[in-house]
Design a protein around this ligand. Structure first.
Ligand code: GAR
Length: 193
């Protein structure tokens, strides 16, 4: 689905808004020999995002943008991505919705991870909604980003069992642990590796 040219890793950016545990797992993956990607930029809409700390630890450049003026921020961001030669974007707990214009510029080159078995539970508060509906399973999905929220082509999913005494917090932790494994696997898959 995505072609590798030569043996150079494809430069990518990870967009976050919060803790960045998926960012951390992606950075670790990117440093392995089998990874087709390097992570060259971390983008956040939130200057207080804990995940920004991984930029410092792993010496990765950071770009913080206030998405309130979305067009302006996205235009700045597009220029930054170009200057760093970023070819792919991974959304990892990024809580802003990118514009159609932005997505078109990176068509087929943006992935997202979502904490549900899509197409079920698009949007926010996925774990509570799954519990309220007495689901027996939930999980996570890596998908391509298109202009409709959480609706692009699915790359991979991982199911988890919901136990009897599950809370939204225990379910979130269980799903998150799977997310950390699923995102790298999805990247290998889109590179046909
Ligand atoms: C993850 O569970 C991710 O799937 C979710 O936010 C969490 C971020 O955790 N993303 C969304 O809900 C996107 N709509 P992290 O910051 O520790 O990676």
């Amino acid at each position: 689905m995505v072609k590798l040219t030569g043996n150079k890793k494809v430069k990518t950016a990870v967009f976050i808004s919060g803790t960045g545990s998926n960012l951390r797992s992606l950075i670790k993956f990117s440093k392995t020999n089998r990874s087709p990607i390097s992570i060259d930029l971390i983008v956040s809409n939130n200057p207080k995002a804990k995940g920004l700390g991984f930029g410092k630890i792993f010496k990765i450049r950071k770009k913080i943008l206030n998405f309130d003026k979305k067009n302006q921020s996205e235009n700045k961001l597009l220029a930054t991505l170009k200057s760093y030669d970023i070819k792919m974007i991974f959304l990892a707990g990024f809580m802003k919705i990118l514009s159609k214009n932005f997505i078109t510029k990176f068509k087929g080159k943006i992935l997202n991870i979502h904490p549900s078995l899509l197409p079920k539970y698009k949007g926010l508060n996925t774990h509570q909604r799954a519990l309220d509906n007495k689901e027996k399973h939930s999980g996570c999905t890596v998908h391509f980003v298109n202009s409709k929220l959480d609706s692009g082509k699915i790359v991979l999913q991982k199911k988890v069992k919901i136990s009897r005494n599950e809370t939204k917090h225990s379910l979130a932790a269980k799903v998150l642990a799977q997310e950390h494994k699923l995102y790298p696997r999805a990247i290998l898959k889109i590179f046909n590796l």
